[in-house]
Design a protein around this ligand. Structure first.
Ligand SMILES: C[S@@+](CC[C@H](N)C(=O)[O-])C[C@H]1O[C@@H](n2cnc3c(N)ncnc32)[C@H](O)[C@@H]1O
Ligand code: SF4
Length: 403
């Protein structure tokens, strides 16, 4: 969720969707994203919509956030009408969702279940910082229906965590994973970041090995992005820290891919690895394959039937809108067929399941043999899948395949 909201078309006060957007809703997988915009510390690299104060203004405090979010869930039900829309995935992200109590998180989940019904076997994830949960909280989350937890580990190396402004003691990561297992979570994921200034290849190797020693079901490993407007970007601009180096990032990507593969975790998206098909994050797959989801919370994005909208960014403006019985949506856009096709190419070429060749236009299809000959793409039936080198050069592939 980038900090600046894009322009777009206005949304009616009741949030009604344009004609046709609801066609087929409920026949495709449907997800809920719940944004929780609170953190104890703002990490210098992060530009997510999150705030460190408990009280952000009238109607927007941590203590009242669950009630406000539930208001939006109820509005979602009214906008989507009477259609049967079983919810197959719910993802609480942030910010730091586990700064809310398990009973607050559970009450938002219960509202989604009451209004829509969770599909059998629904995946219910929460992100969590290792120092924002303990064994009791994990037990309580599991008891309230959460099935998956994703811990923000980032690194196992203290000097790397310090540059990232991460506050947890790295020894806490194996402990929280153990607590999650004891609580009965089947799916445990770890988030890692590579390319932090001052991180050596050996440091990164240590982080990957420590992560693997926790035996996670899933790992996300992202290269550090220096986002405009962050404290990290200012430090890089002042020359205090170097920009991440492209060759170093490539070496670190290859290292993590090799080590995870060796430990039985296979890539299924360029930056995501899973133990098997059942450990892939179904919620993220829904984003990457053009599915329908409703994003609850300030700044949250939604997509239903080719309409994308995004909420007002500040928690006070968000709470005000809901208190006035108005849609919290800030603006929206209707995706035309060509935009949807281009997005499919961008997203599905990052997936191990690949892009059906039929999505390409004539020019794109003509470029395929060259990309295969250069070893960037492989063909699996009618699907095009990036090779290992291709995963490192996704931008170059896309430049050849799109107008
Ligand atoms: C927004 S966080 C939410 C979860 C939790 N607060 C945490 O930090 O672990 C989700 C993931 O995005 C990653 N992230 C945020 N900003 C990033 C950046 N500039 N570059 C790479 N990863 C980033 C975080 O480190 C985290 O693993
Ligand atoms: S804890 Fe997570 S969401 Fe909060 S500032 Fe750090 S990276 Fe961003």
């Amino acid at each position: 969720m980038p900090s600046a909201l894009p322009a777009g078309d206005p949304v009616p006060e009741d949030g009604a969707l344009p004609e046709g957007a609801l066609d087929g809703v409920g026949e495709r997988p449907f997800g809920f994203y719940v944004h929780v915009p609170f953190c104890t510390v703002r990490c210098g690299y992060c530009d997510f919509n999150t705030y460190t104060a408990d009280e952000l203004g009238p109607g927007a405090s941590r203590a009242t956030y669950a009630e406000t979010a539930i208001e939006e869930v109820r509005r979602a039900r009214r906008v989507l009408g009477d259609a049967d829309v079983p919810v197959s995935t719910v993802f609480f992200g942030g910010g730091t969702p586990t700064l809310l109590s398990p009973s607050d998180l559970g009450s938002i989940l219960r509202a989604i279940d009451d209004e829509f019904g969770l599909a059998p076997g629904a995946e219910v994830t929460t992100e969590s910082n290792p120092d924002s949960v303990d064994a009791t909280a994990l037990d309580a989350l599991r008891a309230r229906g959460f099935t998956r937890v994703s811990f923000g580990m980032q690194s196992a190396v203290p000097h790397v965590l310090a540059v990232l402004d991460r506050t947890h003691d790295p020894v806490r990561v194996p402990r929280v994973v153990e607590w999650a297992r004891a609580a009965g979570f089947d799916q445990v994921s770890l988030d890692l970041i590579y390319g932090t200034p001052g991180e050596s290849l050996a440091d990164w190797e240590t982080s990957v090995e420590v992560a693997l020693a926790c035996a996670p079901d899933h790992v996300s490993a992202y290269s550090l992005i220096v986002e405009e407007g962050t404290a990290l970007a200012r430090r890089v601009k002042r020359g205090e820290l170097p920009m991440p180096d492209e060759d170093d990032l490539a070496d670190k990507y290859l290292l993590v891919d090799e080590r995870l593969h060796g430990a039985g975790l296979e890539w299924y998206e360029v930056s995501n690895w899973a133990r098997d098909g059942s450990s892939r994050c179904r919620h993220n797959l829904l984003y990457w394959t053009g599915g329908d989801w409703w994003g609850v919370g300030p700044g949250a994005h939604s997509h239903v039937g080719g309409v994308r909208w995004w909420n007002v960014k500040h928690p006070v403006a968000y709470a005000d809108r809901l208190a006035a019985d108005r849609s919290p949506a800030h603006a929206r856009e209707l995706l035309d067929d060509e935009t949807r096709r281009v997005e499919r190419v961008l997203l599905e070429l990052r997936l191990r399941d690949g892009l059906p060749r039929g999505v390409l236009d004539d020019r794109g299809r003509a470029a395929v043999p060259g990309l295969v000959a250069r070893g960037l793409l492989t063909e699996a039936g009618d699907r095009l899948v990036p090779s290992r080198t291709g995963r490192l050069l996704a931008d170059a592939i896309v430049r050849d395949l799109l107008p």
